[in-house]
Design a binder for this molecule. Structure first.
Ligand SMILES: Cc1cc2nc3c(=O)[nH]c(=O)nc-3n(C[C@H](O)[C@H](O)[C@H](O)COP(=O)(O)O)c2cc1C
Length: 225
């Protein structure tokens, strides 16, 4: 099928129908990262074989299992974070909250591998409990991970890590769980765009035992503000 548009149009008068090869990789990057939103940010700390601390944000990041818990992030190409994990297969996910967003962004600078981003960003490195990479002391939550696998997909090197230790600050804990408003996480949109949480609402998860005797609309649980 021919592409509906040879490049990103300023305005879209008819639906966009393209194959990834129709546009330059950079244009696809902006399209993908504008569509798969919001993306949580894993602020990944690692350590080199020579003991140099490294810290870099990754928004190709998510939780992928909980028993035992695993997370993933993806390095677009080979960067210091990936090199470090290949040498010392451990990392810490530092959770990014609004108060840390500028320092997080600063650590995405293409520092040479000899530079310690903790020091450049004025962040106190704190020893982790179970892994060698240090954690961002002021972050309100951390996942200490051991790399279990690295899978390549396109230019992405997907690092999968088993979570071996979890840390949460009392300031973000309420009613038996992490309170999203207290945590106040920041997420990534396309380009240099970021966002905070918007309106928070609950929708109970439907169960077949309740749904089976209803019509589609009757069985659908309502939104609870
Ligand atoms: C919010 C944010 C999210 C980012 N997400 C990714 C990502 O998912 N994958 C990636 O390879 N680079 C990502 N980057 C860019 C890296 O942080 C940047 O290339 C950094 O210099 C890599 O550091 P390193 O060489 O120490 O690993 C992101 C940058 C920012 C600001």
């Amino acid at each position: 099928m021919p592409s509906s548009h040879n490049e990103p149009p300023d305005t879209l008068d008819v639906p966009l129908e393209i194959d990834p090869g129709d546009w330059q990789a950079r244009q696809i990057y902006f399209l993908m990262t504008g569509m798969v939103i919001p993306r949580p940010i894993g602020w990944i700390s690692t350590i080199s074989a020579d003991g140099i601390n490294n810290l870099a944000p990754h928004s190709y990041f998510n939780a992928v299992a909980h028993d035992p818990p695993h997370v993933m992030f993806s390095s677009s190409g080979i960067k210091d974070t990936l090199r470090n994990i290949k040498a010392v297969p451990e990392f810490v996910v530092n959770i990014v909250t609004l108060d840390l967003v500028e320092r997080m962004n600063f650590t995405s600078t293409d520092f040479p591998e000899t530079e310690d981003e903790f020091s450049w960003a004025g962040l106190t490195p704190t020893p982790s409990r179970c892994v060698r990479p240090l954690r961002v002391g002021v972050a309100k939550s951390h996942l200490e991970c051991r790399c279990s696998n690295i899978v390549q997909a396109g230019n992405g090197h997907i690092v999968i890590g088993e979570v071996v230790h979890i840390h949460v600050e009392p300031s973000v804990w309420k009613d038996g769980r992490i309170d999203p408003a207290l945590l106040n996480p920041v997420c990534r949109l396309a380009g240099s765009g970021y966002a905070q949480l918007g309106t928070i609402f609950d929708i109970p998860r439907p169960a077949w035992r309740d749904v089976q005797h209803t019509t589609a609309l009757e069985g659908m649980p309502g939104r609870k503000a």
